[in-house]
Design a binder for this molecule. Structure first.
Ligand code: SAM
Length: 271
């Protein structure tokens, strides 16, 4: 099946990139195929794509054999996506709407891989939602997400680095997170100001006896004042300083020196 070049699709449907919707499109089909390969074999699998735009990544996912549900906010993109539907009959379902306002589990009704190239603010908000909550494992089987490179590094950072923080712990305490691919700004039309990178996240076992909500409050307090010692930054959390003592964690340490396991232990102590 030969599809028209993406640049022609954009021109034919008058899809000038909207800044308000954070639209930076990818046209390089080889690059798109490499991105679609990051989640592993998608043949016959259900994939939720957020923000398909004119459908570059969508076609790559369909070529990989996925059954794609795509949520797109910009109605201007729907005719271009309808052409893809015609080229891959029965394999693409397009939902017009705001991905932040839709219950993804209800929509999918079966386990699914998530793939998205999203504007920064929407991506971070969805990322936080996907990785939060007490119920684990989630219904999604993996997240393959494009971020600004600096955010991708924060998500995958190890303790001790300046990038290590709340996002790293959220992404790694019960999942594996890896920086799968760097994407040069020139790959996008129009090119954004900064470099991008794709993060791949897969759920892992959840450590027993820990509330995601409590852990989030601990990391919020600790990294809210990341230059301060824990005895200062955790002061506002009832019981936290006693917990440090019981766990023999030196309260003179700073948040970025604590391992993820140490944060998990503190959250467990606080119940
Ligand atoms: N996936 C395409 C690509 O890689 O070329 C387009 C990527 S563009 C960075 C982001 C897309 O997300 C745009 O098509 C935009 O309209 C869409 N979008 C922005 N906010 C959205 C939201 N809240 N829900 C669904 N789609 C959204």
């Amino acid at each position: 099946m030969t599809l028209p070049p993406l640049r022609d699709v954009i021109a034919r449907h008058g899809l000038s990139a909207s800044k308000a919707l954070g639209q930076n499109f990818l046209f390089d089909e080889q690059l798109l195929d490499r991105i679609a390969a990051i989640p592993g074999d998608l043949n016959g699998k259900a994939v939720l794509e957020i923000g398909p735009g004119p459908g570059g990544l969508t076609r790559a996912l369909l070529r990989a054999g996925a059954r794609v549900t795509a949520i797109e906010r910009d109605a201007r993109c729907l005719p271009a996506l309808a052409e893809l539907d015609a080229a891959f009959p029965g394999k693409l379902r397009v939902i017009e709407g705001d991905a932040l306002a839709i219950d993804h589990n209800d929509l999918m009704g079966e386990p699914y891989a998530v793939v998205a190239n999203l504007p920064y603010n929407v991506g971070t908000e969805l990322f936080t939602r996907w990785l939060s909550g007490e119920s684990w494992p989630p219904r999604w089987t993996s997240l393959t997400l494009m971020f600004q490179q600096e955010v991708a590094k924060r998500i995958c950072a190890a303790p001790g680095s300046s990038a290590y923080g709340r996002l790293s712990i959220l992404a790694q305490w019960r999942s594996t997170a890896k920086l799968a691919m760097k994407v040069h700004r020139s790959a996008f039309t129009p090119p954004p100001k900064v470099m991008s990178a794709i993060v791949h996240i897969a759920p892992a076992d959840s450590p027993p006896g820990v509330s995601a909500d409590v852990l989030s409050r601990v990391t919020q307090a600790a990294f809210g004042q990341r230059r301060k010692m824990l005895r200062q930054s955790l002061k506002s959390l009832p019981g936290a300083i006693d917990a440090l003592e019981r766990l023999e964690i030196d309260p003179a340490r700073r948040a970025e020196t604590l391992s993820i396991d140490e944060f998990v232990q503190i959250a467990r102590e606080l119940g």
